[in-house]
Design a binder for this molecule. Structure first.
Ligand code: DGT
Ligand code: CA
Ligand code: CA
Ligand code: ZN
Length: 568
């Protein structure tokens, strides 16, 4: 359904119009956007039936915009608006906590038209003097700028990784390429990466560099040489390709995977052993003889360490563990037997129950849970009881069609302000999987509210436990240690949500939770088939960064055991 897509464009147009000082139009666009969000029917169907004017707030003018978008994927007026407002000002609008009204005031009263100017003005306390701004607004804006800047400087792994993979796939087709690997923070599965690092071994780098620097997605070539080339991609991220002699591949892969802190610690161990470690290899200090270098395993072995998985290479104790051969055996994507968090067209998902089940069965899962939003999520079409029961019939039908996968009835139920859940126990009782999630009212401390939700006997797990969204929202206030203890005591699971901007719990939180004895789930929170297929990888990566093993992750259990553990 394109309903939400169009609503988003209308909101954006309203903001742009408001900044330009147009009077009534923004309100009209917003009203139509709200109606589109509330509309349960597919907008394309409504348009086909010529019933767009029945949508509250949609007159002839806005109906024609909708039709234009459905036909061409664009709205001409929006394109013109975007061109008419300086790009820097539209950037200002993306700072969390700033809306068009404030941006307009900032521009008109203080001449602020860029994020840099805004940060300067806020630091000099120039904003508090403006009408409608106070001390608190100023602090919020400064925090918003920090969020915005991290979001600009680094690209989410979930966005950058497909770009890197597609480059690797095309380079790999060249005969000259022997080995090829992604290194850097991307290989370590960091939530966001500064650039894309690719390593290649070859005797003939010329043609490889030619292919790399002339890829269609390359915006600019910053450097081109026989050992290293650097480009900027259209998506706005830098990518490096380094060509390395085969005998150095392991050492180079180790070096360029990092992290820097891990490397420094490793180099110190090498020195103590009378070796010299570089990206070219591990060498005997006295004789200069090569000790290791063609494989990473060889390098770690000669340093007296067991092999350290890339996700653990953050100098957070992994080296001591490797010395004592005490490293945990990390969970892998292949260990995952089911996915417990996904949305369908019943709430804000793009695909039907049947489509999600088809895709999950193709992934080879033993079980999944369909978990649409509860009624409090109005904008996301939260599902009220009657529709929930209708969905159960659809699930039963899909279950009959796909006997190879168990389709569990679930819900992502909002935790209300008082910690009670958005469905009565009578409904919760009938669900196989209940995810309790905090979406609204995030400005208060949420600890007590969450503890109360975990106390509900029908709750299976806590969804995205901190609410953090990269570049958009900080964690809400919550005492995670108390949550870990409560979850542990009540036998509830905490989620590692694989949505790239969430990966919530984070890597460090995963490790704390495991130390507190909590069991976790890794889910995609998919809103489409594509997300169902892709996001498990990021969830598993985050869990691996938190040193999770299969015993820590309940959805590695085979169906029978899993059903037992979720039974109340
Ligand atoms: P990023 O790109 O900011 O997301 O993070 P990384 O870790 O990918 O960093 P990057 O691309 O600057 O460099 C890749 C790896 O190369 C890094 O993880 C470790 C290694 N490296 C880079 N500079 C240094 C350095 O000054 N010392 C050491 N020991 N290693 C370095
Ligand atoms: Ca990097
Ligand atoms: Ca780099
Ligand atoms: Zn949610």
């Amino acid at each position: 359904m394109k309903n939400l897509e169009i609503a988003k464009l209308f909101y954006e147009m309203a903001d742009l119009l408001e900044m330009k000082g147009v009077d009534w139009k923004p309100a009209a666009f917003r009203r139509a956007a709200r109606s589109l969000e509330a509309l349960s029917e597919d907008i394309e169907t409504v348009a086909q039936k010529n019933r767009l004017h029945e949508i509250p707030g949609v007159g002839d003018r806005l109906a024609s915009k909708i039709i234009e978008y459905l036909a061409t994927g664009k709205i001409d007026e929006r394109e013109k608006l975007l061109k008419s407002v300086p790009k820097e000002i539209t950037q200002l609008m993306q700072v969390p906590g700033l809306g068009p009204k404030k941006v307009k005031v900032l521009f008109q009263k203080l001449g602020i038209h860029s994020v840099e100017q805004l940060q300067q003005a806020a630091k000099e306390h120039k904003l508090v003097k403006l009408a409608g701004f106070g001390e608190k607004t100023e602090q919020n804006i400064l925090r918003g700028i920090t969020l915005f800047k991290t979001g600009q400087e680094r690209m989410l792994l979930g966005r950058a990784h497909p770009l890197a993979q597609s480059i690797v796939e095309r380079l790999q087709k060249r005969r000259e390429v022997k080995q090829i690997a992604i290194a850097g923070s991307m290989r370590r599965m960091s939530q966001a990466v500064g650039d894309i690092d690719i390593l290649v071994t070859s005797n003939k780098p010329g043609p490889i560099m030619d292919t790399f620097t002339t890829l269609p997605e390359v915006k600019a070539v910053l450097a081109k040489g026989s050992t290293k080339s650097t480009v900027i991609l259209n998506a706005g991220i830098q990518a490096d390709v380094r060509v390395i002699p085969e005998e150095s591949f392991g050492a180079a892969l180790q070096y360029f995977t990092g992290s820097k802190d891990h490397n420094i610690a490793l180099r110190n161990i090498a020195i103590r052993k009378g070796y010299k470690l570089s990206e070219y290899g591990l060498f005997d200090k006295k004789t200069g003889r090569t000790v290791a270098g063609s494989t990473e395993e060889g390098v770690y072995k000669k340093l007296g360490l067991s092999y350290v998985e890339p996700e653990m290479r953050e100098n957070r104790g992994e080296i001591e563990h490797a010395q004592r051969r005490k490293l945990p055996c990390l969970v892998t994507k292949a260990d995952i037997k089911g996915d417990l968090h996904m949305h369908t067209t019943y709430s804000d998902g793009e695909h039907s129950v049947r489509e999600m089940v088809t895709a999950a069965a193709a992934l080879g899962y033993e079980y999944i849970a369909i978990t649409d939003h509860s009624p409090l999520q109005r904008i996301a079409h939260g599902v009220e009881e009657a529709r929930l029961r209708k969905q159960w019939k659809e699930i039963d039908k899909a279950q009959e069609e796909f006997p190879q996968i168990r389709v569990l009835k679930g819900s992502e139920v909002d935790v209300k302000a008082d910690g009670s859940l958005d469905y009565p126990d009578r409904i919760l009782k009938e669900l196989d999987v209940v995810i309790a999630s905090v979406h609204l009212g995030q400005s208060h401390d949420n600890t007590d509210r969450i503890l109360r939700a975990l106390d509900n006997r029908y709750v299976t797990l806590l969804g995205h436990p901190t609410g953090k969204r990269y570049g958009l929202r900080e964690s809400y206030q919550v005492d995670l240690l108390r949550v870990y203890n409560a979850a542990h005591d009540a036998g509830k699971f905490l989620e590692v949500d694989g949505q790239p901007e969430r990966t919530d719990l984070s890597d460090t939180a995963v490790r704390e939770a495991i130390d507190a004895g909590v069991k976790l789930t890794i889910d995609t929170d998919a809103h489409s088939v594509e997300q169902l297929q892709r996001y498990m990888y990021y969830g598993v990566g985050t869990a691996r960064r938190g040193w999770a093993t299969t015993t820590d992750i309940v959805n590695t259990l085979p169906l029978k055991k899993f059903e037992k553990i979720i039974a109340r």
